[in-house]
Each structure stands twice: as C-alpha cells, then as structure tokens.
Design a binder for this molecule. Structure first.
Ligand code: SF4
Ligand code: SF4
Length: 96
C-alpha cells in the first residue's frame, strides 16, 4: 500500500545532525519511517511523510530534533480528514 503523504515542503521537522549522538531512538519511535540512522547519525529520509506527531523530538535526549507538533499544514489537513471541515492552518499560503 502506498504511504500517505501530506503537502510537499510544509513540514516543520528540523534535525541538527551536529547535536545528534546516534542513539537510534528517533527511527524507532517514528511511525512513518521519516528518519533513519546512517553512519552513527540520524538523518531525514522522507520529510514529506512526517505527520508532525512530535514523538521523535520528545524522545531525543539531546534535543537534536524539533517539530511543531499539532500545528501547521500537516496537522490542519489531518484534522480536516477527521472532521470533514475545510483545512485551515493560518499559514497564509494557498495550499491548505
Ligand atoms: S514528528 Fe512524528 S512522523 Fe514526524 S519525524 Fe517525528 S516521529 Fe516521525
Ligand atoms: S533521538 Fe536524537 S540523538 Fe538519538 S538518533 Fe535521533 S536525533 Fe540522534
């Protein structure tokens, strides 16, 4: 089955690879395979699959990851799918 994607290039996920200590927790907790461990560091491999759930950032002990969980375009679109309402994230863009 094809993985669910949201809008391209709207995800707030950020990774500071210099801060990452390669513990491997974020790939384990990410439900969408957005992150993987490569050469002892996390890296983002599928940014647009991120649903901004915040699990990776909450479980990163060195705060190498940040994401605005529960806000933004991805969250607005998920909310609209669940409620049938028009998506709105107040981003000012025309894409949602
Ligand atoms: S916010 Fe959620 S979906 Fe996005 S990378 Fe982190 S764990 Fe994965
Ligand atoms: S949880 Fe943090 S320290 Fe661990 S691999 Fe992911 S980014 Fe690196």
């Amino acid at each position: 089955m094809k993985k669910m994607r949201y809008l391209d290039n709207v995800v707030t996920l950020r990774l500071d690879e210099a801060t990452c200590i390669g513990c491997g927790m974020c790939p384990r907790v990410c439900p969408h395979g957005v992150l993987e461990l490569f050469d002892g560091k996390a890296r983002i491999v599928e940014r647009d699959l991120c649903m901004e759930c915040g699990a990776c950032a909450r479980n990163c002990q060195v705060e190498a990851l940040s994401v605005k969980a529960g806000v933004g375009c991805a969250s607005a679109i998920i909310h609209s799918w669940l409620t049938g309402e028009e998506p709105s994230c107040d981003c000012g863009g025309s894409s949602c």
